[in-house]
Design a protein around this ligand. Structure first.
Ligand SMILES: [Mn+2]
Length: 601
């Protein structure tokens, strides 16, 4: 299947770290120096644990200790016994707010409403409400019914360490995540939870947190001594993991009973599988748990290299024998997945050149597929995640990280990304030579293979020279065609004008050899003129090779006009009564400058 590059768990991991940073090539120098680095890391991080000596002992012999450490009694234990969680929840109390994952509503005074607003302002999550919901609330199990009847051979499943990195997370959402893992994970499978505090400055995350978790079994806290970002914080956590599987979770999650077994079973069957749970939404305002009860969505991306969800293609449905079989996914959303520790190390863990977060999920997705593994979503594993009202802190490194992913994995296809993100070309993405070597060493397939075999539904732009980019109005020459759709409705807006900004994005269009005007953010959209209308709307483009409806056909004529076949009208810029520039369809007149357009070259 695959071969670990070097023996020795933790040293091996650190070797990777070390090599990334200092570009050492000599193998044995790596081993000694990285073990030295391990020593330094141990000093540098405060490790809180009930028994520090056990922890140090376990670093050396993680691989051999599994069966001996797991306590199976001699008598025949039933699967039910073996499924017992680390901590048992008390019985549900339907009178408590939020119990069973229901929306919680509180009667609030004006003063309390103000506190709600303050907490939302601060965390982009209604923490005032979260603080009033039990840290041990139950979530109703609405998974596909087959999930509930599925049985597991607990003695054969690999063990796991759950790694949770956080930065300035609110108290109750963090603690609810921890309790939720302890109360839904079978004790025979969960080796430990490793919390990694990525240099938070909130006071309650210091001593108060240490005091709170110290009596909790199997919970460790590691603190970084400078801000590392999500990628490195997780890897630091992984260094201390003693389980065979690393399970990464975000710090505001709630697991549904039965979430862990399917992930571990799948990795037990196929060590090269990275397996993600179905990510359910916990409402940031009401804390209602919305379970995806049917077929889950899978991960993809658009050509800006922004992650996108989409439905399971028919081909993948056919391939699977049952609806609870794992579903192959071209990409992962990021925060939540399980991977064999040994395989993760073989695969080159994370790209250590990536800062904070953003883009690392696509990089890992491309890498695992191209280098011979698989990426799957298990329909029976459900974990809820609080999607905040807005990102709580910016992703300043998104473009840089994504450029690294594109440079290492996408070959000539990276051009489609750069054309849609011109600023990314100027980005200093740092040294990627180690990552390219990794790609060679693992004999990974190219991006063309990935597109054809793993994500064949993705439309690949033609990007014919001269026929893509911003389309400038000759009549109002400061303005370019612009499309700005509302968040959850890609076709919910009209084509309009906006000051030309040269940044691609909302102003990037492509004129195809099929005579479509395509806008390909989120998904493939085609400009249309709705019947008997004079505005320009956007509709979903036909699938590749499907027939093309007449009302999305356009002609860029030599005289500079853009002619719409079905309506017989031409695209024209104009100013609304309040002076705002906009576009409409008008009777064609090539002498009217407002009807002349030009692709920016
Ligand atoms: Mn999150």
């Amino acid at each position: 299947m695959f071969r670990s590059p070097l023996p020795g768990d933790s040293c091996q991991f650190l070797e990777t770290v070390h090599a990334m940073r200092f570009h050492l090539n000599r193998r044995w120098a790596w081993v000694s120096k990285s073990c030295l680095l391990l020593g330094l890391v141990m000093l540098a991080f405060v490790i809180l644990e009930r028994s520090v000596s056990t922890f140090h002992g376990s670093v050396d012999d993680t691989r051999t200790t599994r069966t001996s450490e797991r306590q199976f009694s001699d008598r025949e234990e039933t699967a039910e016994d073996l499924a017992q969680p680390v901590y048992k929840r008390s019985s549900p109390d339907p009178n408590l707010p939020g119990e069973w994952g229901k929306a919680a509503h509180l009667q609030l005074t004006e003063e309390e409403k103000k506190r709600v607003e303050d907490s939302i302002e601060k965390y982009a999550i209604n923490i005032y409400l979260s603080d009033r919901i039990s840290l041990h609330r139950h979530i109703k199990d609405n998974r596909m019914h087959e999930c509930g009847t599925k049985t597991f051979n607990y003695r054969k499943l690999p063990t796991t360490s759950v790694v949770i990195a956080f930065y300035n997370e609110a108290w109750s959402t963090l603690l609810r995540t921890i309790h939720s893992v302890l109360e839904t994970s079978p004790a025979v499978l969960l080796k430990e939870i490793i919390l990694v505090d990525d240099y938070s400055d909130k006071v309650y995350l210091k001593n108060q947190l240490e005091v709170y978790i110290s009596p909790l079994e199997r919970v460790r806290l590691i603190r970084t001594n400078k801000r590392e970002g999500l990628v490195r914080a997780r890897l630091i956590g992984a260094t201390f993991a003693t389980g065979e599987v690393l399970t990464f979770l975000d710090c505001h999650c709630e697991c549904v009973s039965g979430w862990l077994e399917p992930l571990l079973e799948r990795i037990g069957e196929n060590e090269t599988a990275i397996v993600c749970p179905v990510i359910d939404t916990i409402d940031w305002n009401s804390f209602e748990y919305y379970m995806q009860t049917g077929e889950p969505m899978i991960g993809g991306f658009d050509w800006r290299l922004t992650f996108q969800w989409h439905s399971v293609p028919e081909r993948e449905r056919q391939r699977r024998k049952s609806r609870i079989d794992p579903i192959r996914s071209p990409t992962m959303a990021g925060g939540l997945f399980a991977v064999s520790k040994r395989y993760f190390e073989y695969l080159g863990t994370y790209d250590m050149g990536m800062e904070v977060w953003g883009g690392e999920n696509l990089e890992l997705s491309f890498r695992v597929w191209q280098c011979g593994g698989t990426l799957e979503i298990h329909p029976c594993s459900h974990v809820g995640h609080v999607f905040p009202k807005k990102a709580p802190y910016a992703r300043p490194n998104f473009i840089q990280n994504t450029a690294r992913a594109a440079e290492v994995w996408m070959d000539e296809y990276k051009e489609h990304f750069y054309k849609r993100n011109p600023p990314a070309r100027k980005e200093n993405y740092g040294d990627i030579s180690e990552r390219k070597l990794l790609r060679e060493r693992l004999k990974c397939k190219n991006f063309d293979w990935y597109l054809k075999n793993i994500f064949s539904d993705l439309h690949v732009p033609e990007d014919r020279p001269g026929w893509h980019g911003a389309i400038r109005s000759m009549g109002i020459s400061s303005e370019c065609l612009d499309y700005n759709s509302p968040d959850h409705n890609p076709v919910g807006a009209q084509l309009s004008l906006f000051g030309c900004h040269g940044q691609g994005g909302n102003q990037f269009f492509e004129y195809t050899s099929d005579k479509e005007i395509r806008f390909n953010s989120v998904t493939e959209l085609c400009a249309e003129v709705p019947e008997h209308q004079t505005h320009v709307g956007m509709k979903y483009c036909p699938k590749d090779k499907a027939s093309i409806p007449r009302n999305i056909l356009w002609e860029f004529k030599d005289d500079g006009t853009i002619y719409h076949h079905h309506s017989g009208l031409c695209l024209s810029s104009y100013r609304t009564s309040d002076g705002r520039p906009d576009v409409q369809m008008k009777a064609c007149d090539a002498t009217d400058k407002n009807q002349l357009w030009k692709f920016e070259r």
